[in-house]
Design a protein around this ligand. Sequence first.
Ligand SMILES: NC(=O)c1ccc[n+]([C@@H]2O[C@H](COP(=O)([O-])OP(=O)(O)OC[C@H]3O[C@@H](n4cnc5c(N)ncnc54)[C@H](O)[C@@H]3O)[C@@H](O)[C@H]2O)c1
Length: 360
Amino acid sequence: MVDVFDDFYRNKRVLITGHTGFKGSWLAIWLNELGAEVVGVSLDPNSERDNFVLSNIGKKIKADIRADIRDGKRMKEIFEEYQPEIVFHLAAQPLVRLSYSIPAETYETNVMGTIQVMEAIRNTRSVKVAVMITTDKCYDNNEQGQGFVETDPFGGYDPYSSSKGACEIAIQSWRRSFFNPADYGKKHTVSIASVRAGNVIGGGDWALDRIIPDCIRALEADKVIDIRSPKAIRPWEHVLEPLSGYMLLASKMWNEPTTYCEGWNFGPEADCVSTVWEVASEIVKNYGRGELKDSSDPNSVHEANFLMLNINKVKTRLGWHPRMNIHQCVDLVVDWYKKYRTEDVYDLCVEEIERFLSVR
Ligand SMILES: NC(=O)c1ccc[n+]([C@@H]2O[C@H](COP(=O)([O-])OP(=O)(O)OC[C@H]3O[C@@H](n4cnc5c(N)ncnc54)[C@H](O)[C@@H]3O)[C@@H](O)[C@H]2O)c1
């Protein structure tokens, strides 16, 4: 595989939390292909059709561990045993609508879980770089039609969004208190950053109440696709876009630990900011069949209408930019769902990473 990170990840000890999930499984596959020693820490995958299960990535990495990130003692033991150098923290309860049903658990996992991971990092001298994954929903959303910049205030209406806003505050506090760049090399040797992506889409996601899995489930069952919030505007991006950003950022933090330990938006270009209806229509077009139905419900729980990220900072300071437009992105997403039943899914993912990297 083409290595756009110049062999940086070869033999690096990388710990991923949330590797059984949608984004984490892709990250584990990519890092595995680059020769990293990957240790994954997560709960069980949700279904037999998850990318993690079908790709068999759990059997290809150094260690595939089941543990709860809320268990601080267990986190410290795992970090102590595997001595990771780089940590990507993705484990979370990531769903807005579910967070209305299990708000306390959402907070326990997202906020206390993140704190337990940071405490394990603090306790383990091998860790040099930590990339903490939050979300575009961590910002206080005034629905003003402008993209958030990294210095905008944190907030969040629903329990999920606000738990990620709280995560950002905790990460900022741990950075100031324990991983302060001014004390680097004297009191600690950790560079910690937080990263915020948009609405990530890609093969192998079967989560509830997400537009792509909803579309595919309906298409496979020959049912009409119900669109809950047709007019909601989201920054859509293929999963490989933010992952490429997280990986680039970690490599830069490794070389210049005090320069990049901040918050970063890894969103799409403006042409990928579109309505749920537009994206669902693109899915149907690509899949070759399907019918959409406007199922807006005025009594539904609150979800943001407008979300967009300003990505000038990552472009100018990291030299990162999104590769694909919305058509290329949806094309790659649908490709996975058309092939997952008949092809080797690990090879399919590697081929998709190569296709992604071939786009300039
Ligand atoms: N998918 C998106 O559109 C999107 C957008 C922005 C940010 N994010 C963030 O990216 C991360 C990954 O999201 P995803 O879509 O892959 O989610 P996912 O639900 O597919 O994966 C979540 C992962 O976290 C693990 N996990 C959950 N609770 C845990 C616990 N208590 N202990 C240990 N592991 C636990 C699960 O086992 C799984 O591996 C999350 O932090 C999410 O908030 C996702």
